[in-house]
Structure formats: structure tokens, C-alpha cells
Design a protein around this ligand. Sequence first.
Ligand SMILES: Cc1cc2nc3c(=O)[nH]c(=O)nc-3n(C[C@H](O)[C@H](O)[C@H](O)COP(=O)(O)O)c2cc1C
Length: 322
Amino acid sequence: MLRTLVVYDSKYGSTEETARQLALILGPARSVRVDQFVSDPGKFELVILGGPIYKGVISPAIWNFVRDNLDWLKGRHVALFCTCLSQEDGEVNLERIRSVIGPSVLLQRTLGGRMLIEKLDGKDLLGMESFCKRKGYAFQDIDTLAREDVVNLGLAIKQVRDSLSRPMAKADLLSLIESFLASHTTCTLASGHGCRVRATPIEYSYRKGSLYLLSEGGEKFAHILLNEQVSVAVYDPYQSMSEVAGLQISGKAALVSSSEPDFWEVLRWKGLSRERISSLPISLNLIRIRIERAELLYARLKARGEEISQTLIFEHGDEAQA
Ligand SMILES: Cc1cc2nc3c(=O)[nH]c(=O)nc-3n(C[C@H](O)[C@H](O)[C@H](O)COP(=O)(O)O)c2cc1C
């Protein structure tokens, strides 16, 4: 997995908070204030640079960092962000940095900013007043830095980063994932809607890109009825980092009715006859999860010269994958 270094500058803390949140999402990662950066961190393949905009320009310390480290930055993957109150100021500044670093910049994004009047020192108070006058903003506390935007940026960078890893051949990865699923019986199903989330340990069966879960009912159905998107984890108990093995699946859940052939087929795999099911005093419900994405973390891949973290996108309708 590529490692990420987040280098930031911040005067009143909003860029620092953003840098730390990005490092959380992009881990394995570290965030470091630009004045504490010491030398070329050869251990990081992805570098995120972020700074606030003051008086129309991004923090000079970020510019100095770019100038002093340009040679190695050009050979890494880079993402840029800034925090500010004027989208236009942000975009102009990020574009300037991108044009200096060049094509190693994969992504750049302007985020909102935060300005709390009581926290500003005397000089910034005056500077802020004239900034607000110039832009036509009311001179009052402003907070346009939305956590959701930071999270979305983190996920967007993660998606680009994951596409940079050297992938295994698709057929080999599918067969590894299928044998991993076949060698386990129980998963953790995560379902949710609104503020409610639930993790459910449950037995599963796998077939042709889908997981099938048989259940008498319960709270997970409250979520699935309102939100079909679910996540499933299947994993070995931890023993050591060199044996780590786990699968994280995202997919869509649906109820399979007893009029569908899948319903009786799954019951047959489980050795349950129609007679036995009909004799039960309660109904059995079948959930089918069509897998959309499977992320495998499998330490043993290292010995095969492969990256230990691999992602497979399932395309349904392409049932040759089964
Ligand atoms: C004195 C002062 C000048 C500012 N000038 C600008 C500006 O020119 N353009 C802009 O978009 N935001 C401007 N801002 C807003 C900051 O970019 C924003 O508050 C940012 O979130 C601060 O980051 P920090 O908390 O990491 O220091 C200014 C803020 C202050 C206090």
C-alpha cells in the first residue's frame, strides 16, 4: 500500500485539522507541519500539500517547501489542497503550484475556510476586515470548511492512490478472493441508514459474485429496507502482520423472495428441504448481496511478488466471473 505524507501550514488551526483528517483516511500516513519537515522522506510515495490563503496568496512556507523540494516532488505522486474563504483565490493559487510541480500532481482541491474573529491577532483582525470589505462579505465569524468536503477529498485521493498500485491479474485475484470466501463461513455484515449502524455476525454462502445470508429477521432488515448499500468483512483472526488476511466487501443487498429459484437453491446448499422450511413456525428470509467491490489485504501475496492490498471491481451481468 502506498504511504502518504501530508505537509501543511496553518496559522489558526483549520488547515492543520484538515491535514490530520486526510492522514487518517489515507493511512498508512503521517502529517507534518511544513516547518517541522526535515528531509526527503523517501518512504512516502504520495505527498499531499496543503496551506491556507492569506491576502490572496497561499502560505509562503508552502511555496518555499515546493521550491526547496521540487526535484523529488516531481518524482512522487502529489495532491494539493488549500483552505480559504474565496474559491477563486484558492483555485488561482493551486493552479500556480500545479504548474510548477507539473504532471506528478494528480488532484487539487479548494476547501472552505474558518475565520473566528475572537481568535485573530491584532494585525489579522485589520487584514480580515479589509479582506471582507474587498470581497463584500459581512465582517463576522465565517466557517465554510465542511467536514464532509474534507472526507470527500480524502476518499477521492484514496481512489486515485488505489488505482496507482500494481494490480494482480484480474482472474487470479478473483480466484484468490473466491477461495478465501470458500474457506470461511462467517462474516460481519454492516448495514445502516441515517445515524443508525449495525454490525451483524452471520453465516454466508458465496456464488457467482454474490453472497447469500439466511436470517430469521432482525434489525439489519430495518436498514436494508431503507438503504441497500452494505459492507461485509471476512477475516482470519490476527496472528502476526506477516499472516494478515481480510476481505472488505461493498455491495447492494436485496431480499430474495421464495418465488425466485435462488431462494430454493441456497436452501438446498444448506441441506434444508422445502418440507423442513414449510414445517417451521416462522419464515426464513434470504438476503442476496451483489458484490460491487472487494478489497483484499493478504500478507502472503508478498512472497509472490505482489502488492498485499488488492481491489477487485465486480461487474454483474458478466457472470463468467463465477
Ligand atoms: C488576515 C486574513 C486574511 C485572509 N485572506 C484571505 C484571502 O485573501 N482569500 C481567502 O480566500 N481567504 C482569506 N482568509 C481566510 C483564511 O484562508 C481561512 O480563514 C483559513 O481557513 C485559515 O487557515 P488556518 O486556520 O489553517 O490558518 C484570510 C484570513 C485572515 C485572518
